[in-house]
Every structure is written in structure tokens, then in C-alpha cells.
Design a binder for this molecule. Structure first.
Ligand code: BG6
Length: 474
């Protein structure tokens, strides 16, 4: 048990230590109602939340000490590709960037916290966007593998658990999601609207995705050759979708959407091949993936060691186009009348996590980790400085209870790292107001604030949960 973060959302120091610009550094802030903008050059006067984020870059000792105080056993973080290869295509790495992560890993080691490292979490070097249109170009595979070789070799004795790509399935959403997921930028797309499924530019997105699959499979083989004890996993944004009614049309639709969202990528990464459904989808949408000889063999030989996913909510699907849809994490669906929603409209469904774990484990039969889960909420600071986030405790408690049930059902669950264990920038909206943390960070949507850290009520609750290995959830 521990917590999860990503460099682009909490590190800051965006030009320090020789760091280059990543795609996230080009995204302005936004709110629930106004989308984040993609800027092709940094604009004077515009606010970019990733540039300072919550300044982990300078405060990592303090933050890791707080994680240790809660008793974290594991900490999910990403390495920011642009600290190591500022433009993405250099031949030699940036020593200062490597040194920063030496320091972070040493600090984690001091407290016996096991790092779980995402190699690419929405941090594609913007230099690769400009030069190649990101992952659309096959040459980016080599850039990624050079980066992997560098970090696998450097950290082989301090990092054992790796994830090749965060939410690799984001590329199946097409449109603007491709900028975050793969550094692809299309004419006319300047706003990030993650919850919308945008079926334009799908051929390019699937081509880029194929390159990521090949890169991931090669990284798995490379990693195992550098340290045979490495455990290298995939990471999928889970979208649990129920049929809205018992009409077989709804059931079929929900099943197919789940196949598309949750299994298409994992089938390649876990089973080593494209599924029949993927091939049918390509056929029916005139998507022709350009492959090189040996690609299919590479996929077969680069299967991951474990499956990880993010789980926040669920939604319903109806074949009837007149039923109104709502938003959620990376997918739209219909509001489930049996569930309550978060302030951002994401439906809260703890039992859905048990259902999902069982479904995934029955299909893949490899160890699993829930590497993101949590409640994005507005927190109130009381006069005495305390933050009584009982709603967050209730959310997490209910989800942990269901994970315990899933383990009892036979699911091999290796770990749980709730998202944003310390308040950080929202990926979807760019806000600070949407807080997930056990640790409050004094920072507002417009970038003001002292960055002071303070413990919320959930901090003490989670400490007890970890201490008792999930026995005491009261
Ligand atoms: C996942 C991402 O989609 O959800 C994270 O991997 C993200 O980067 C998290 O922060 C929560 O989404 P949001 O939009 O509330 O930040």
C-alpha cells in the first residue's frame, strides 16, 4: 500500500537541471467548465500548472518523509523523460536529470519505500512532437528505448517495478487525447477534452499506439536482460461500463465497449497479440496499421509481468441514442440511478472495482495492481487549520473493502496506490481545486499559495489502515 503521482503533475522545476519541455508543459490551466488549451509555443501571460506544480523538485525530502510517516510501502511516481533526454532525441542523457532521481530513490530507500516507476506518464518530450509528430513516427521507438536503457541501467539496483506507459489506451480515444498520450498534434485541435470520445484521427492514433506496443514489448525484453528480477507491467485506464437495461442491445454495447476500452490494449501487452475485436474494428474503420517485419513476433515476446489500472468510477451504456450521457474518467456514459457522483460528476462505484478486478483477473491470470483510485473533491480548511475530509475516507474505505472481497474471490492483487496521495495538478482540467491527497498543499487554481503541506484527517486514517494492513478501516 502507498500512493501514486506523476512527474508532470507534481514535480515542477520545469526548466531546472537541464530539463526540456514535455507535452504537459504546453498545457494551460483550466477548470471544470473551461478546457485546458494546447499551446504550440509558451505564451507570455498564460498560466501553465505543470511549471511549478507542487514543487516536489525542491521539496522531495519533506514529501517523502510525510509518505514515510503514513507508513507507505510503495510509491508510484514517473520519471520525467525530458529531465533525462530534454528533446527526446539526444544520444546522450542529461546527467543532472539522472542525479535528481538518484536522490529521490535514495530518499525512498532510506524509509524502505519501494518505488513503482511509470516510464512515460503524459510526459512525451515536446521536441518529439515538433520533429516527428510524436509517436506517429516509428523513430520515436528508438528514442524511447534509449531512454529506457538509460534508466534501467542507472536504477537497476534501486527500482524493481516499472510500468511502460500510463493509461496506454488513451490513444484509442482519438482527437485531443492523443496529445497527452502520445505527443500527437493535429491541425485545429487546441483543447484537451478528455472525457469526449473523438473518433477523428483514429488511424493516426492507432498507428502511434502500435508504435507504443512495439516499444513496450521491446522495453520488457530489454529490462529483463538488464535485471532479470525486474517486474514490468502495463497500465490501462479502466472504464467499467454496465448495460443500462437488460435489453440485449444494451448488453452487447456495454460488452463491446469494455472490450474496446479495457481489453484491446491489454490483449496486446499481456497476451502478445491483437484481439479479433481489434482486427474487426480496424477493418470496419479503414484503419490499416503499418507494421514492420518482426513486429508481431516482438509483441509476442514482450508480454508484461503484471497488469495495472486506474479505477475511479463506472457508467452505463444504452443503445438508445436519446438517453442522456454524462462524463467520467476518459469515457462518457449514462448516469447510474443507484450511484452517487463526485463533484466532478464521476460516479462512485466501489463494487464496480470488485467486479472489474474479477473480470480482469479471470481473463489475464497475472498479478494485478490498482495504481490509481481516489476522490477528487473540494476541501475546506477549518479555522483551526484542520481538513476533515470524511468523504474521501468513506470513498477509499469502501473501495478497500471491495478489494478485500476480490482477494477473497481469488484475485492476485499485489498492491494499491491511491491517486494523488499529495494534492497535485489535475490532468483532465489542470486545476488544483480538484484534490485527491492525504496531504494538503496550499496552492490554488491560479497558481497562488505558499505550497505549505499539511496533514488532512485522511492522513491519520490511512496511516492506521497501512499499519493494520487494511484490517482497521474505521
Ligand atoms: C488518470 C491519470 O487518468 O486520472 C492521472 O493517469 C490523472 O494523470 C487521474 O490525474 C485523475 O484525473 P484528473 O483529471 O482528476 O486529474
Amino acid at each position: 500500500m502507498g500512493g501514486a503521482t506523476a512527474a508532470n503533475q507534481f514535480e515542477g522545476g520545469y526548466r531546472e537541471g537541464g530539463k526540456g519541455l514535455s507535452t504537459s508543459d504546453m498545457l494551460t490551466g483550466g477548470t471544470y467548465n473551461s478546457a485546458r488549451r494546447i499551446t504550440t509555443e509558451l505564451e507570455e501571460g498564460a498560466y501553465y500548472p505543470s511549471h511549478e506544480a507542487i514543487d516536489f523538485y525542491h521539496r522531495y525530502k519533506e514529501d517523502i518523509a510525510l509518505f514515510a510517516e503514513m507508513g507507505f510501502k510503495t510509491f508510484r511516481m514517473s520519471i520525467n523523460w525530458t529531465r533525462i533526454f530534454p528533446n527526446g532525441d539526444e544520444l546522450e542523457p542529461n546527467e543532472e536529470g539522472l542525479k535528481f532521481y538518484d536522490d529521490v530513490f535514495n530518499e525512498l530507500k532510506k524509509y524502505k519505500i519501494e518505488p513503482l516507476v511509470t516510464i512515460s506518464h503524459y510526459e512525451t518530450p515536446y521536441g518529439l512532437t515538433k520533429k516527428f509528430n510524436g509517436w506517429l513516427d516509428r523513430q520515436v521507438i528508438d528514442c524511447y528505448l534509449r531512454y529506457c536503457k538509460t534508466i534501467f541501467t542507472r536504477y537497476k539496483d534501486v527500482v524493481k517495478y516499472w510500468l511502460t506507459f500510463n493509461e496506454i489506451n488513451i490513444l484509442t480515444h482519438g482527437g485531443a487525447a492523443a496529445f497527452l498520450g502520445g505527443g500527437l498534434l493535429f491541425d485545429g485541435i487546441r483543447e484537451i477534452k478528455l472525457s469526449d470520445y473523438e473518433d477523428y484521427h483514429l488511424p493516426e492514433c492507432f498507428q502511434a499506439l502500435h508504435h507504443q506496443f512495439v516499444a513496450s514489448a521491446k522495453a520488457v525484453q530489454l529490462g529483463h536482460s538488464i535485471n532479470k528480477d525486474f517486474k514490468i507491467g502495463c497500465m490501462v485506464a479502466n472504464v467499467t461500463q454496465y448495460p443500462y437495461t437488460c435489453n440485449p442491445d444494451d448488453i452487447l454495447l456495454a460488452q463491446q465497449k469494455e472490450e474496446f476500452n479495457n481489453f484491446l490494449c491489454a490483449d496486446v501487452q499481456v497476451r502478445g497479440k491483437y484481439s479479433g475485436l481489434a482486427k474487426r474494428f480496424f477493418r470496419e474503420n479503414n484503419i490499416e496499421i503499418k507494421m514492420e517485419e518482426g513486429d508481431l513476433e516482438t509483441l509476442k515476446n514482450g508480454c508484461v509481468d503484471f497488469y495495472t489500472f486506474s479505477y475511479y468510477s463506472s457508467s452505463c451504456l444504452s443503445a438508445n441514442p436519446d438517453v442522456e450521457s454524462t462524463t467520467g474518467n476518459l469515457a462518457r456514459g449514462i448516469k447510474n440511478p443507484y450511484l452517487k457522483a463526485s463533484e466532478w460528476g464521476w460516479l462512485i462505484d466501489p463494487k464496480g472495482l470488485r467486479i472489474t478486478l474479477n473480470k480482469l483477473y479471470n481473463r489475464y491470470q497475472i498479478p494485478m495492481m490498482v495504481v490509481e483510485n481516489g476522490l477528487g473533491a473540494v476541501d475546506m480548511i477549518e479555522e483551526d487549520g484542520s481538513i476533515n475530509d470524511d468523504y474521501r475516507i468513506a470513498y477509499l474505505k469502501a473501495h478497500i473493502e471491495e478489494m478485500k472481497e476480490a482477494i477473497a474471490d481469488g484475485v492476485e492483487l499485489w498492491g494499491y496506490t491511491p491517486w494523488g496521495c499529495i494534492d497535485l495538478v489535475s490532468a483532465g482540467t489542470g486545476e488544483m481545486k480538484k484534490r485527491y491527497g492525504f496531504i494538503h498543499v496550499d496552492k490554488e487554481n491560479d497558481g497562488t499559495g505558499t505550497l505549505k503541506r499539511s496533514r488532512k484527517k485522511s492522513f491519520y486514517w490511512y496511516k492506521k489502515v497501512i499499519e493494520t494492513n487494511g484490517e482497521d478501516l474505521a
